[in-house]
Design a protein around this ligand. Structure first.
Ligand code: IMP
Length: 194
């Protein structure tokens, strides 16, 4: 008998990353679509934590399952942390267009340092617990690789000489910001046998 957990995201790429961690410890990962939740949580708040907590509370109105919600983003040093909590919505258009727009902003910039941050909130029986992760890297000169989602093709990891989009999911799940937060969530779920 599997324990169910709702991974409350509309992002298919994120959902796949969560599945790899949570299925390993005996959870059946249920998506918003599986639960027939068609509403999308607004991004309300001034920090990753506030936004993730608000998303978790929003989706808890539609389910009795334990759930996780996340907010994440990419912060570029030379752009003073931009796009940060607005990573998903600072411009319309496709991921390819957003990547190109960021590359254009950095056209004449030698400082290409960036950090990916993720905050995961676990909500069960009104108790909210938070897990954080981050990964430092650089913005590449051009998009590279075809795996993953979002900013993966332009997020370059110097120690691997690859972008996120050049890693298979198993490799990304060893090092990413989300992976660091997910490892903490997994330890918590195991410790308290939830
Ligand atoms: P949100 O957490 O739904 O607000 O989305 C955060 C934004 O950052 C989205 O546009 C994602 O595409 C992007 N993002 C977050 N994590 C990743 C990642 O692991 N790879 C690529 N883009 C990401």
């Amino acid at each position: 008998m599997f324990k169910k957990i709702l991974v409350a995201t509309t992002n298919f790429g994120k959902l796949e990353e969560y599945k790899k961690f949570l299925e390993l410890i005996g959870f059946e990962v249920v998506s918003l679509k599986d639960e027939q939740i068609n509403e999308e949580a607004p991004e309300n708040g001034n920090s990753y934590t506030e936004i993730a907590e608000n998303k978790a509370k929003f989706y808890s109105k539609y389910t009795h399952l334990p759930l996780v919600a996340e907010d994440s983003g990419l912060e570029i040093f030379s752009l003073k942390g931009f796009p940060g909590i607005n990573s998903n919505r600072w411009m319309g258009g496709t991921d390819v267009e957003k990547n190109q727009a960021l590359l254009n902003k950095l056209r004449n910039t030698t400082d290409r340092r960036a950090v990916f941050k993720a905050v995961i909130v676990y909500l069960h029986k009104k108790s909210l617990v938070r897990f954080e992760g981050e990964l430092y890297g650089e913005i590449s000169k051009k998009p590279q690789g075809s795996m993953g989602f979002g900013y993966d093709p332009i997020f370059y990891i110097p120690s691997l000489n690859k972008t996120f989009a050049e890693l298979i999911l198993m490799e990304k799940n060893k090092i990413s910001h989300r992976a660091h937060a997910l490892q903490k969530l997994v330890s918590y779920l195991k410790k308290y046998q939830l």
